[in-house]
Write a protein that binds this ligand. Structure first.
Ligand SMILES: *Cc1c(COP(=O)(O)O)cnc(C)c1O
Length: 375
């Protein structure tokens, strides 16, 4: 058996004809930038995220950067970021002119907590960018309480968590990823839970003024609703185009079912891994993860990877070097963040996609157990 790390082709097979028909329509009406496809997608994505507004942008990194800029965060400001995230969380903060301050995470969930955030706090801290890593959402209560107490804004990096839900402390009610901070940012990179056929991103928020400023910054600083050549801000070009919006609209319709399938496959994995005593990085109690990735922790990770590769099983590591240890971010004040550093040596992302079959999961779990016993 050969099991790829991911399979993006299969879910596209059933929609390709529909999408191509719409490509023809866009080619005919020539509304390539903005226009009805982008507007419709923005409305549908805002509704999906349970927020009032969504602004399409060029990618998930720009979504974070432009949100911070629109909030007036820049030079001299510090932003708290987990050390164990994709580098873009940090580079977006730096691109806004602010300084990313890396913090450690909880040893079980690998997510930020009020305690780990506290360690990075200074009088310059202005914002927190919690990352819903692997689709496992950082619950709102602790982060919001910490932010309020320290007068910080929260921008949720939801690039891996389209459609995740977490309990809103106390009440039985759930809160969707991206909807509890002042804004939530998303990436539509092809491999994400909602992936375009190219790059794309979005910011969701309930704040109409913030949405309008982000939209303007992403569109050459244009004043909305005025002449094409009136520029209110020093902006740039970071727009979502109509072809990507069209693909995203079609795929958004299938996303709730795909997330249900991801949760099903994750539960099959959880049972198989538990039978072999292999620890799975799991969401916190009550969280409905978007299960972007299926991550286990294994000693001798590189040797195990090699054996799985020989058995035809594709794997990944998200991420092998924590951000604060990357050359680009090393300073003489680089902190020790032992939880993130240790996790980086042990984490292993297994093959995972919504239509993965039970026998494929069993094959991976058995070969993983065999590999761990061998090394
Ligand atoms: C993918 C990703 C991003 C960046 O998104 P791009 O669309 O690639 O710019 C940011 N943060 C996290 C956690 C991601 O996984």
């Amino acid at each position: 058996m050969r099991i790829p790390f991911n399979d993006l082709a299969t879910p596209h097979a059933s929609i390709v004809e529909e999408v191509v028909a719409e490509v023809r329509a866009v080619a005919a009406n020539s509304r390539f930038i903005g226009g009805p496809a982008v507007e419709a997608f923005e409305q549908e994505f805002a509704a999906f995220c349970n927020t009032a507004h969504a602004v399409g942008v060029a990618n998930g990194t720009d979504a974070i950067e432009l949100t911070l800029r629109a909030l007036g965060i820049g030079g001299g400001d510090e932003v708290l970021v987990p050390a164990n995230t994709f580098i873009a969380t940090a580079s977006a903060v730096a691109a806004a002119g602010a300084t990313p301050i890396f913090v450690d995470v909880d040893p079980e969930s690998l997510l930020v907590t009020p305690e780990t955030l506290e360690a990075g706090l200074t009088e310059r801290t202005r914002a927190i960018v919690p990352v819903h890593l692997f689709g496992h959402m950082v619950p709102p209560a602790g982060v919001l309480e910490f932010a309020q107490r320290n007068n910080l804004v929260v921008v949720e990096d939801s690039a891996q968590a389209h459609g995740a839900d977490a309990p809103n402390d106390g009440s039985g009610e759930k809160v969707r990823a991206g909807s509890y901070g002042v804004a939530g940012t998303f990436s539509f990179y092809p491999g994400k839970n909602l992936g375009a056929w190219g790059d794309g991103g979005a910011v969701v928020t309930d704040d109409a003024d913030l949405a309008s400023r982000i939209r303007s910054l992403a569109n050459h600083g244009r004043t909305e609703g005025t002449d094409h050549y009136e520029h209110r801000y020093i902006g740039r070009n970071s727009r979502l185009d109509a072809l990507q919006a069209m693909v995203l609209r079609r795929k958004l319709a299938d996303l709730p079912e795909a997330n249900v399938q991801r949760r099903r496959v994750a539960s099959v994995y959880a049972e198989a891994l538990a039978a072999h005593g292999i620890p799975l990085v799991s969401p916190l109690p009550g969280v409905d993860s978007a299960w972007h990735l299926l991550v286990v922790r294994v000693p001798g990770r590189e040797a195990v990877r090699g054996l799985l590769n020989e058995a035809g099983i594709g794997t990944g590591v998200h991420y092998p070097v924590p951000c604060h240890r990357q050359l680009a971010y090393l300073t003489d004040r680089t902190p020790d963040l032992p939880v993130a550093e240790r996790a980086a040596t042990e984490i292993l992302s297994l093959p995972f996609f919504p239509h993965m079959r039970d026998d494929e999961v069993a094959y991976v779990a058995e070969n993983l157990a065999k590999a761990i016993a061998t090394v």
